[in-house]
Design a binder for this molecule. Structure first.
Ligand code: GLA
Length: 327
């Protein structure tokens, strides 16, 4: 049996151990993403895990595929004693609810990828956000297509632009608007822009949106394809294949440069998926999580707004770019 004195001694020893580990073991950060199965978010999580490993804090990953899961996830983070969270929400209009729930659970809050909106539908400027320079990256998509069309000797006045759109997400709208505008500036007639509004922002969504447009415009046999990310553009590419069009008839450019794009570049025969704009997953995953860690442990507030840029990735350079990003 322990004497009272020895018991107290042991209790103090364990208390001291907890205190020593405080920074290390007790910092917990949640990372909630809207589409956990999408390669972009897996890469983002991988970089976030690296930040957690290198700095010895705990990362709690949560798939927040709808509003209910997001709010339950935030409560769960609170119950587990997390001090902060980073989120890419399934619907940016959940912004006010997310902010309230994070405050109720005493969680510091940052958003990544998709900027949260308040009840007035405007961005909540007080929540630090890391996102892409969406218009600029969209323009890069358009310019890449224009350059490749010139390379092939295509007149932009003769092609169609198939634009899979998802306009209720601001970053998506800016991307597809930027791509369209750059192509129009390069000589594409505005009347040859065909919008394919998507119901969901995934491959199936891109495929289903593209099909009726291709059917209606069956007379057009040369296409440029753009969309908000690799998955949606790949969906549209699969639809062009279904319509009997191949790599020689279509120039499609995605955004993300993640595993879906790299998978296309690895195929023995080129497909219509000509390029992707590689985004900086390291900054979105590693740097956001590290910024949150510093906010919690050193009270250094992250910048309110950070925009990241992208690089054109093709079959020729994808391996080099991939290695550079992983380094
Ligand atoms: C959105 C898209 C993702 C990815 C990120 C990048 O969330 O859905 O595929 O492009 O933006 O910020």
């Amino acid at each position: 049996m322990l004497t009272r004195k020895r018991f107290i001694g042991a209790a103090f020893a364990s208390l001291a151990a907890t205190a020593c580990n405080r920074n290390a073991a007790t910092t917990k950060i949640g990372f909630i993403v809207k589409q956990p199965e999408e390669p972009w978010f897996q890469t983002e999580w991988r970089f976030a895990e690296r930040a957690a490993r290198e700095n010895n804090f705990e990362l709690i990953k949560i798939g927040g595929t709808d509003g209910e899961r997001v709010l339950a996830g935030i409560d769960n983070l609170g119950a587990r004693g997390a001090q902060g969270m980073i989120i890419c929400a399934p619907d940016t209009r959940l912004g006010a609810a997310i902010q309230q729930r994070a405050t109720a659970n005493q969680l510091k809050l940052m958003s990544v990828d998709d900027r949260l909106l308040g009840a007035d539908e405007l961005p909540i400027e007080s929540i630090p956000h890391v996102g892409i320079s969406a218009t600029q990256i969209g323009r890069q998509v358009g310019e890449t297509i224009a350059a490749e069309a010139a390379q092939r000797g295509w007149a932009l006045s003769e092609i169609g632009l198939l634009r899979t759109t998802f306009d209720n997400l601001e970053t998506a709208r800016q991307r597809t608007d930027g791509a369209r505008d750059a192509l129009i500036e390069s000589g594409l007639p505005a009347a040859r822009v065909f919008d394919a509004p998507m119901r969901t922002s995934d491959t199936e969504g891109g495929f289903n949106a593209a099909n009726p447009v291709l059917m209606r415009q069956g007379a057009i046999r040369r296409w440029a394809v753009v969309g908000m990310n690799d998955e949606t553009v790949l969906g549209a590419v699969r639809a062009t294949e279904g319509a009997g069009l191949g790599a020689a008839d279509v120039i499609a450019v995605g955004i993300n440069g993640s595993a879906s794009a790299q998978g296309e570049f690895q195929k023995a025969q080129p497909t219509a998926f000509f390029a992707s704009i590689l985004l900086d997953a390291r900054r979105h995953g590693f740097e956001t999580t590290l910024a949150m860690y510093r906010w919690i442990t050193e009270n250094v507030e992250p910048p309110l707004l950070t925009y990241t840029d992208g690089k054109v990735m093709t079959r020729e350079n994808w391996e080099t770019l991939k290695a550079e990003q992983a380094a």
